[in-house]
Write a protein of this length. Structure first.
Length: 150
């Protein structure tokens, strides 16, 4: 795990566009490198990159408690050929660590009800299902999870 570098931007956009292709097809914005460059240096925004053999393999984007309360994990994405290897779990674990270090009382995230992999990652890291949000985003349901920082 490491922080974002400007040279990561194009690769992260490619990972995000593939990972969120269903949502993009429903109206979510297409990711470009500027999206990541703008967020990578913003105070209170954490953009963490997971590497495999020196190449960006995934990322997570969160806002900490200095930006919004509760802290929120907005995006987690892993390159399609590397899924199922625990990279997403490492990224979520890093978000929990950053929330704890930043003094957040709670970290929340939302995922699709059908995303069994992400729901499993949430539960494995101690998140609890907090709400089922009907037609919350792009006309689709979301499940909101919360991690209560001790």
């Amino acid at each position: 795990m490491r922080g974002f570098r400007d040279g990561d931007a194009a690769g992260l956009a490619e990972i995000a566009n593939e990972a969120f292709s269903d949502e993009i097809g429903r109206g979510m914005q297409v990711f470009d490198k500027d999206y990541f460059v703008k967020r990578g240096g913003r105070p209170g925004v954490r953009l963490v990159v997971a590497e495999v053999e020196g190449v960006a393999a995934g990322f997570m984007l969160m806002t900490d408690a200095t930006v919004e309360t509760p802290a929120q994990l907005h995006l987690v994405a892993v390159e399609s050929g590397l899924r199922g290897r625990g990279i997403g779990g490492l990224l979520v674990g890093e978000a929990v660590r950053l929330a704890m270090d930043g003094g957040a009382g709670k970290l929340k995230l939302s995922t699709r009800p059908w995303s069994k992999a992400m729901r499993g990652v949430c539960e494995a890291h101690g998140f609890v299902e907090e709400a089922y949000l009907r037609r919350e985003y792009l006309g689709e349901d979301l499940v909101q999870y919360a991690y209560f920082v001790e």
